[in-house]
Ligand binder design. Structure first.
Ligand code: SF4
Length: 436
């Protein structure tokens, strides 16, 4: 049996795509290996959101060339957003790639890998022209490595935020059919899946006929899957109706990822985000007021072109006011082909670094404060397995997605266990199981 090693960069959409790769290959007599030296096929699922990510991929391919000296038959396949953007040019820029695959035809990888045995030239299989159809939701009945199963409900994005390459790499937004998604959730439930994450670049704008995202959440909750999450939301499209549905249904997890990007209206306008700080704050307050145990995470970019100290201070002010539970924080890096690439990158590298360090320190304080809310409280933990450090300790997650470590045994894997939280840290909680 041929073995493949799969390396995934980037967001949950890429994780979801990698599940499709894994499923397609394992169902066609390929076996996944976690050791590179065993692999017959090395598959890189790439991300192009940051400039560094592209360089990292190029570095990986160079490293693999060394590895190929020991194993000449090794085949290297590269897929995902970098290939979608660079296209066949990638094969010319980086030698040694055997297959270039787009973001929407991963389910055909077994067929493409077969084709490789008959040629020495790089194969280019960038886009499946039939994929833009709304009913092409790839069927998932296995393949996911994470405790949550990422289930795509849409593809692409129409928003064209000034700094982002996704609309160019993943194309225009399409929502998959509501009936197909529910059928898929039922399949996963019957397979014993307890936690699923509905994924899309902007899930709040989901629309299939007269079913909007709140409608989809209602029917998804009715399937009885114990935990349903979703990512990513857009502050412009996050409605009170969506928040109310999450508040009403106990199996819709109270976790919201709502990328703020900047607290300055001037910068939000330049970023083409279509909301202002007032609208964002009103939504965040409504989430906090309607769902007391809610977890609110965000993305922040510092040093966007034109960002002054005053703009930056407005971001910090808003972070403190909202008390984000978690932030993913980045320095602006210009991506060719985007609107921001034409702007003057006028914040120096040193200043970007200084601002980044300040918001990281701010967020660490906020995360600790937010986690302290759970001290001495009992929470339901879905157990994922032994912790990385000790076999006698188990690791699981709360409905907010927080990691909890506690003493227990492996027979609890996959079960919901009540745990009393006794210690809190920036990224983890520790506790004691409330069962013998
Ligand atoms: S909403 Fe904006 S940041 Fe998100 S994927 Fe679309 S263009 Fe990119």
């Amino acid at each position: 049996m041929k073995k493949f090693y799969l390396l995934t960069y980037g967001c949950q959409m890429n994780e979801s795509d990698s599940d499709i790769i894994r499923q397609a290959l394992t169902q066609n007599n390929y076996q996944e290996t976690y050791f590179r030296e065993e692999a017959d096929y090395f598959i890189l699922n790439t991300c192009s959101i940051r400039e560094r990510a592209v360089r990292r991929v190029v570095g990986q391919i160079h490293d693999l060339q060394q590895h190929r000296r020991q194993k000449p038959e090794l085949k290297i396949a590269v897929g995902g957003c970098v290939t979608q953007l660079e296209g066949k040019d990638l094969a010319e820029k980086v030698s040694g790639i055997d297959l270039i695959c787009g973001t929407s035809n991963f389910h055909r990888l077994p067929e493409f890998l077969e084709e490789l045995s008959g040629t020495n030239k790089p194969l280019i299989r960038l886009e499946d022209p039939t994929i833009s159809k709304q009913n092409d939701l790839p069927v998932k009945n296995g393949g996911h490595r994470h405790s949550t199963c990422f289930l795509p409900i849409m593809r692409g994005c129409d928003n064209f935020c000034a700094y982002c390459v996704v609309p160019y790499s993943r194309g225009r937004e399409i929502s998959y059919q509501h009936a197909k998604i529910i059928e898929q959730i039922n399949i996963l439930r019957d397979l014993g899946q307890q936690d699923i994450t509905l994924v899309g670049q902007n899930v709040n704008s989901y629309q299939d006929g007269d079913v909007n995202f709140a409608g989809l959440l209602r029917t998804a909750a009715a399937t009885g899957i114990p935990r349903i999450r979703f990512i990513t939301s857009h502050p412009r499209d996050m409605s009170r109706e969506i928040i109310d549905v999450v508040a009403e249904r106990p199996n819709l997890c109270p976790r919201f990822h709502l990328p703020l990007q900047s607290g300055s209206d001037k910068i939000l306008g330049r970023m083409n985000r279509h909301y202002d700080r007032k609208k964002y704050l009103a939504t965040a307050r409504y989430i906090r007021a309607t769902i007391p145990g809610s977890f609110l995470s965000t993305d922040i970019i510092v040093g966007f072109p034109g960002e002054t100290e005053e703009d930056f201070q407005q971001t910090i002010e808003l972070m403190k006011e909202i008390r984000f539970d978690l932030s993913y924080m980045f320095k602006f890096s210009s991506r060719p082909g985007t609107k921001a690439h034409k702007m003057t990158d006028d914040v120096s590298a040193a200043e970007k670094q200084r601002r980044l360090e300040i918001i990281i320190a701010t967020q660490n304080e906020l995360s600790k404060l937010q986690n302290d809310r759970f001290l001495e409280k009992a929470v339901e933990v879905l157990v994922e397995g032994p912790s990385k450090k000790r076999a006698t300790e188990m690791m699981g997650r709360t409905e907010q997605g927080l990691t909890v470590i506690f003493k227990g045994d492996n027979s609890w894997r996959g079960k919901m266990i009540p745990v009393r939280i006794t210690e809190t840290y920036i990224g983890t909680l520790k506790g004691e199981a409330l069962i013998a």
